[in-house]
Design a protein around this ligand. Structure first.
Ligand SMILES: Cc1cc2nc3c(=O)[nH]c(=O)nc-3n(C[C@H](O)[C@H](O)[C@H](O)COP(=O)(O)OP(=O)(O)OC[C@H]3O[C@@H](n4cnc5c(N)ncnc54)[C@H](O)[C@@H]3O)c2cc1C
Length: 377
């Protein structure tokens, strides 16, 4: 196989890279407080949105691993740390592809492909993040509508999403088996938002979303009532894969950026790279990114073969973001004070790396999931 993803997706990587270099990086300052319409339309035109939507529904019908290519390049680009995980919002399209009714697909796919419809997955609540099954946002059936009450937080693209995948309890007496997903148009009365200023990802449109007596037609239910958590399971391993691909892209970019810097920076009459400490630390970084690439390659191979287990997914999510953070922390040190200045790419990449260890299942949650197997006799 050529590269990590195979020939076709490695060619797609060039498309993604060109998109970031030509359309996004020159506009980074404008995007620092959030994405704009031009960004989404450019992404749509470049073929980066709705990437796995089948051709019979007007999409490119690409291998869903294309999402990992986008994510890896998002990590590699100097723009990624600003944009956050906005483009990863396309992971939600996988729910529509897998579980959407024909009418839901016809309604939403064209706008997603063009970049007219920004999407968000609204699962996390203030009191339920890692323990997702404890969410309290409720949807009560009232005739041929659902009425939603509750709130969500830390939602990527939450400030702008025109399509909210609201994960709700349709039966509050149950945990996972009481969860359902409702498609909520962003302009539905009763939907309110509050932008959150985050330590990294300034353009990620991270927000709280409030639902107050929000009414949606019953046909906005995705899949079946009570199947919400089950629907997550097949998508979640791809989601973790794409986050880990981002870690790899970011770690490799930080290594390259820092190597160039230490070769040029002079202190005490010599180059920073001439200190043995720098050489050894950079050798540690290269070892880390080599291991990361090997693990990612293996994960992609297994995913394609249908052999990517929950344990594989946890191991990947434990290693990759921790590796990314280790790399960024080591690299940042060489930049001295410049590494703490927000306008420096390395500084923004460091902040971005921090959150990778937390969302989509924090490192400790992954360890707990992995370790469950040890308890079986
Ligand atoms: C920038 C950003 C974007 C996000 N985007 C989205 C989004 O689009 N949609 C969405 O629904 N959510 C999103 N989230 C939310 C994210 O998924 C949660 O923050 C994450 O699941 C952790 O939940 P929590 O914040 O409630 O932390 P908690 O669940 O309170 O966990 C706190 C800490 O406890 C530890 N911990 C967790 N589980 C265990 C365990 N089993 N054993 C021991 N220790 C443990 C970990 O160290 C963890 O960091 C986003 C968050 C951020 C910061």
């Amino acid at each position: 196989m050529s590269g990590t993803y195979g020939e076709e997706l490695e060619m797609f990587r060039d498309t993604v890279r060109v998109f970031f270099q030509r359309e996004v990086e020159p506009r980074l300052r404008q995007l620092a407080n959030g994405t704009d319409e031009k960004f989404w339309h450019d992404a749509g035109r470049a073929g980066l949105l709705g990437i796995a939507i089948p051709q019979e529904h007007g999409g490119p019908g690409a291998d869903p691993l294309a999402l990992c290519v986008i994510s890896e390049e998002l990590g590699r680009s100097p723009a990624g740390a600003t944009l956050g995980s906005c483009l990863n919002g396309d992971m939600t399209t996988m729910f529509l592809i897998r579980y959407g009714s024909e009418a839901q697909k016809r309604r939403w796919f064209p706008g997603i492909l063009r970049g007219d419809v920004i999407q968000c997955m609204a699962l996390t609540e203030a009191d339920s993040g890692s323990d997702a099954a404890s969410i309290r946002t409720r949807a009560v059936r009232d005739g041929d509508e659902y009425v939603i009450n509750g709130s969500k937080t830390y939602i990527s693209n939450g400030g702008k999403a025109g399509l909210i995948y609201a994960v709700v309890k349709t039966d509050s007496s149950l945990r996972g088996a009481g969860m359902s997903i409702l498609l909520v148009p962003g302009d539905t009365p009763g939907v309110e938002r509050r932008m959150l200023k985050t330590a990294g990802f300034p353009g990620g449109d991270t927000a709280e979303i409030f639902f107050t007596n929000v009414r949606v037609p019953a046909e906005n239910l995705l899949g079946e009532e009570g199947q919400g958590l089950k629907m997550f399971l097949p998508v979640i391993s791809l989601d973790r894969l794409q986050i880990c691909a981002r870690s790899q892209g970011a770690a490799e970019a930080a290594f390259a950026l820092t190597l160039e810097y230490v070769r040029n920076r002079k202190i005490f009459g010599q180059r920073l790279i001439d200190f043995q400490n720098t050489q050894f630390k950079m050798a540690d970084v290269e070892t880390d990114i080599t291991l990361g690439r090997a693990l990612l390659n293996e994960a992609v191979r297994k995913y394609r073969a249908g052999a990517f287990t929950d344990a594989d997914s946890s191991i990947l999510k434990i290693f990759m973001p921790e590796m990314e953070f280790r790399v960024l922390d080591t690299c940042l040190q060489f930049w001295g004070g410049a590494g703490f200045v927000e306008e420096m790419t390395i500084s923004r990449m460091f902040s971005a790396a921090r959150v990778q260890r937390v969302y989509a299942g924090a490192t400790e949650l992954q360890k707990a999931l992995l370790a469950r197997r040890y308890l079986k006799t």
